[in-house]
Design a protein. Structure first.
Lengths: 85, 85
DNA sequence: GATCTACGCTATCGAAACCGTAGCGGGAGG
DNA sequence: CCTCCCGCTACGGTTTCGATAGCGTAGATC
């Protein structure tokens, strides 16, 4: 948990996962979806999430959540619900 | 949601909330619970969470989650559950 | 009243993370 | 060959973080 809080406690970290909820996105599309993250930071976040087994890279498709990453979605959905009040 | 992801996407941000799940903690206790966050950063995080209405300051008691903050706990609990696999 | 202690908090400064921009190499299509 | 879009990297300036020291206050104790 402490580890996850550390990884997710970086700029854009959760946002990247959040934007991938709709499905696979390529690098540039993901960049725009996040609304202006710098490519170097996005690159780092993607590496970090890939190391954590949350995101995977698909040739000619871009990036998408792994099965494990998908299971993280309910957490974010609940989080999103929380923000609505 | 984007706003929350922004606030929580800072070092120690969620960790601070997580450590407050056990109840009120004073500044120093919270600092130790987090395992060595610098006081200046902790100070900043507490201000940010207070502005978001997640944390409140109680005289002679320290800091604790607000009612709104308590409602954030299930999210973190689910997050913690996710990390266990 | 003087001292001691624990508290919240601030100051400083070097290190690390981040941002914006530019641009590279590579592959697909014309 | 040329063009276009792709993932990705390099660079320099700005922001954020981290470690440490220490201030001012308030309560307790002598």
């Amino acid at each position: 948990m402490a580890r996850f809080l550390e990884v997710s406690g970086r700029r854009w970290a959760l946002r990247v996962v959040w934007e991938l909820r709709v499905g696979a996105l390529n690098f540039r599309a993901l960049r725009e979806a996040c609304g202006g993250i710098s490519p170097s930071v996005l690159q780092r976040r993607l590496h970090e999430w890939r190391e954590s087994g949350v995101v995977e890279k698909i040739p000619r498709l871009g990036y998408r959540l792994t099965a494990r990453g998908e299971r993280l979605f309910p957490v974010l959905a609940q989080m999103e619900k929380w923000t609505r009040r």
